[in-house]
Design a binder for this molecule. Structure first.
Ligand SMILES: C[S@@+](CC[C@H](N)C(=O)[O-])C[C@H]1O[C@@H](n2cnc3c(N)ncnc32)[C@H](O)[C@@H]1O
Length: 313
């Protein structure tokens, strides 16, 4: 130790960059906004992380749709309304990634029906499923658009996809049909994540891979309250219990709460100790297509049986 404190170089910290898209592009960001292309349409949305000046002046952005924040304008308040200056945005339209097709749409709460920054985890999970060369069972909790479920099924896994919202389950099924994966074994379940895990533990059902993208606050179908700060530790304990003796991966992503990746990573590490393998963690980002600037979107931690490093468990 020196009088200046110490600095720890970590081998397991990674900035993940979702730069593997043709149908999606982050065109510019700045002044608390971002300009993106989803397929043929351009969208101007709020983004509290984009504190810097935009590369091109905002009045030259020419978006097809603009989301104006309502509510208290804080990062966690996603209320507001869309406007459509070009009048050309359809109700939904296809956005493709690696053979999968999501039906994008201007959803309430400023979303567009898919989260492009997640592609870094879709390909990471798919790679491990293919490499395992054995039957693989995957559980996708808080699954919403279903793109992760589709990527795992496309790679050959049997998937259980869970979300508390019947509407979200409908979107996931539509994406399965648009991706021509109707013949793949995906069970779409509308349930509360914690209750479902407790039931799976009682039934002795196990999974080789688990993905979780829990919101800060949510409700199960029977109004069960989900609160990340209260529930994450118990949820991860349950995830550990439903893992097979020889699991492949666990992926945890968190939006909307400004938790450090260290908090997320160390919590996951504490639940997976003794499993072998290793962990990596950091931030998920989108790269501007016309500059090197990275826009942070979420924190993540993921465990892989094939990983090795400082935080091997
Ligand atoms: C952040 S989104 C997940 C996005 C997803 N990773 C994707 O790429 O589409 C959170 C999802 O959690 C669901 N949810 C909220 N509370 C829940 C609960 N108690 N049990 C299960 N799902 C819940 C919501 O319906 C929502 O679809």
């Amino acid at each position: 130790m020196t009088a200046q404190g110490s600095s720890i170089p970590t081998g397991n910290f990674r900035l993940l960059v979702a730069d593997d898209w043709k149908d999606y592009e982050l065109l510019d960001s700045g002044e608390g906004r971002k300009l993106e292309r989803y397929g043929d349409y351009r969208f101007d949305r709020p983004d509290a992380q984009a504190l810097w000046p935009s590369t091109t002046p905002r009045d030259s952005w020419k978006p097809d749709a603009i989301f104006a924040a309502g509510g208290d304008k804080s990062e966690d308040d996603e209320r507001g309304a869309w406007s459509f200056p070009s009048g050309s945005v359809p109700e939904n339209w296809p956005v493709a990634w690696n053979g999968l097709v999501a039906n994008a749409r201007c959803a309430s709460f400023r979303h567009l029906g898919l989260f492009p920054e997640h592609s870094v985890h879709w390909s990471w999970a798919a790679e491990r499923i293919k490499r395992a060369a054995r039957p693989v069972r995957v559980l996708n909790l808080f699954g919403y658009t279903g793109m992760m479920s589709l990527a795992c099924a496309q790679a050959g896994a049997e998937v259980v996809h869970l979300d508390a919202s019947p509407k979200s389950i409908g979107f996931g099924r539509d994406n399965q049909a648009s991706s021509d994966l109707d013949d793949r074994p995906i069970r779409w379940i509308c349930d509360d994540a914690m209750k479902f895990l407790q039931r799976e533990i009682r039934r002795g059902r196990q999974y080789d891979g688990v993905i979780l993208d829990p919101p800060k606050y949510g409700r199960g179908p029977k109004k069960e309250v989900w609160q990340l700060s209260e529930g994450l530790d118990e949820l991860l304990g349950n995830v550990r219990t439903v893992l097979t003796p020889d699991p492949l991966f666990v992926i945890l992503t968190i939006y909307a709460v400004r938790l450090s990746y260290l908090s997320v990573g160390q919590t996951l590490a504490s639940h997976l100790s003794g499993l072998g393998g290793g962990l990596e963690w950091g931030e998920m980002t989108l790269k501007e297509s016309r500059s090197d600037r990275l826009l942070p979107t979420a924190v993540y931690a993921r465990w892989g049986s094939d990983l090795f490093g400082q935080y091997s468990s």
